[in-house]
Ligand binder design. Structure first.
Ligand SMILES: NC(=O)c1ccc[n+]([C@@H]2O[C@H](COP(=O)([O-])OP(=O)(O)OC[C@H]3O[C@@H](n4cnc5c(N)ncnc54)[C@H](OP(=O)(O)O)[C@@H]3O)[C@@H](O)[C@H]2O)c1
Length: 301
């Protein structure tokens, strides 16, 4: 039985991680920005939980959340972080403060968690940290520059962390890189591209990515891609950059920026929007959005 800090436990992949860990008997510290939503999640889980609302960019709040786990369970020997928001828009159109915040959440937030949790892992005699990054940590996608910069930075930071702890017995850091996942993140995202974004196919379930995170908590690995098209996309980006660059713009217009028209909006970048949080976003494997009332799946809208 592990004591695990789950950051991003209120929605999507993090919520599914919390459900899977709790079902197998692990003791959890649930972290995200919205405290009320975390209490609702805690009530739905079968096992012991501590709620510790924190924004990962606030180092003191992250430290308090980790300390709450140690106080409740005597030790903390696992952590999974999924915290992130997204925003669409070209690098020129994205407001500077939005771009900076996305990067701060991914890079600063992950560093804050590492700073607080690694000493606790050492006290516990070992521990495993799993960081959920993205396929977009290894490829470039136009209109997603803030998110790509955040995820490339996070990947660099975590790869460095991995080299820094590699000689310490029982201490491991893993990266999970999903492709598109059926979660609320797409409609929670900010947009400065004139439209809301959509999940590009192939879309996998949050349960599948969460199962990979739970597996990596037990069996660490440097990098674990989850998504049927991930390796093909990375191979194209690295091996055929001229072809990739020509195709990726029109592809983003067709498969990503196909949501409803929207005025500029920062979405949930600076503040949580718990009204739209949940396990899934309603996306089919083929990238269609299922209407909540009728159940009909549509490509546009
Ligand atoms: N869905 C995809 O297609 C996809 C694809 C590749 C990678 N990913 C990655 O997977 C991870 C999880 O995404 P998801 O799809 O599960 O998104 P999600 O459903 O929107 O969940 C994001 C979680 O992060 C929390 N969060 C956001 N900003 C935070 C902050 N500053 N401090 C603390 N918590 C914060 C949110 O809660 P609050 O808002 O209450 O704080 C929520 O619990 C992210 O790192 C994302 O980049 C997702």
């Amino acid at each position: 039985m592990r004591s695990v800090v789950v950051v991003g436990a209120s929605s999507g992949i993090g919520l599914s991680v919390a459900q899977q860990l709790s079902a197998r008997g692990d003791r959890l510290v649930l972290v995200a920005r919205d405290e009320q939503r975390l209490h609702a999640v805690a009530e739905s889980l079968p096992g012991p939980t501590v709620v510790a609302a924190a924004d990962v960019t606030d180092a003191d709040a992250v430290e308090r959340a980790v300390a709450a786990g140690v106080a409740a369970y005597g030790r903390v020997d696992g952590a999974v972080t999924t915290a992130q928001a997204m925003a669409y828009g070209s690098v020129e159109d994205l407001p500077a403060e939005v771009l900076h915040h996305l990067v701060d959440v991914a890079v600063g937030g992950t560093a804050n968690l590492a700073r607080s949790i690694l000493p606790r892992f050492r006290e516990a005699g070992g521990g495993h940290l799993v960081v959920v990054s993205s396929l977009l940590a290894e490829i470039a996608v136009p209109s997603m520059g803030g998110y790509c910069a955040a995820k490339w930075g996070q990947l660099g930071l975590v790869r460095v962390l991995q080299t820094e702890v590699r000689r310490e017995r029982g201490l491991h850091v893993s990266l999970v890189l999903p492709g598109a996942v059926d979660t609320p993140i797409y409609r929670q995202a900010g947009t400065y591209a004139g439209r809301l974004g959509s999940a590009p196919p192939p879309v996998v379930t949050p349960e599948r990515v969460a199962a990979a995170c739970v597996h990596r908590l037990d069996r660490p690995r440097r990098i674990d891609h989850v998504g049927p098209a991930n390796l093909l996309a990375v191979a194209g980006f690295r091996g055929l950059p001229a072809v990739y660059d020509r195709l990726v713009g029109p592809m983003v217009d067709r498969v990503v920026l196909r949501g409803p028209e929207s005025a500029d909006d920062s979405g949930n970048v600076f503040e949580a929007d718990p009204s739209d949080e949940g396990l899934r976003g309603g996306w089919t494997t083929g990238g269609r959005l299922r209407d909540r009332r009728t159940g009909r799946a549509r490509w546009r809208g």
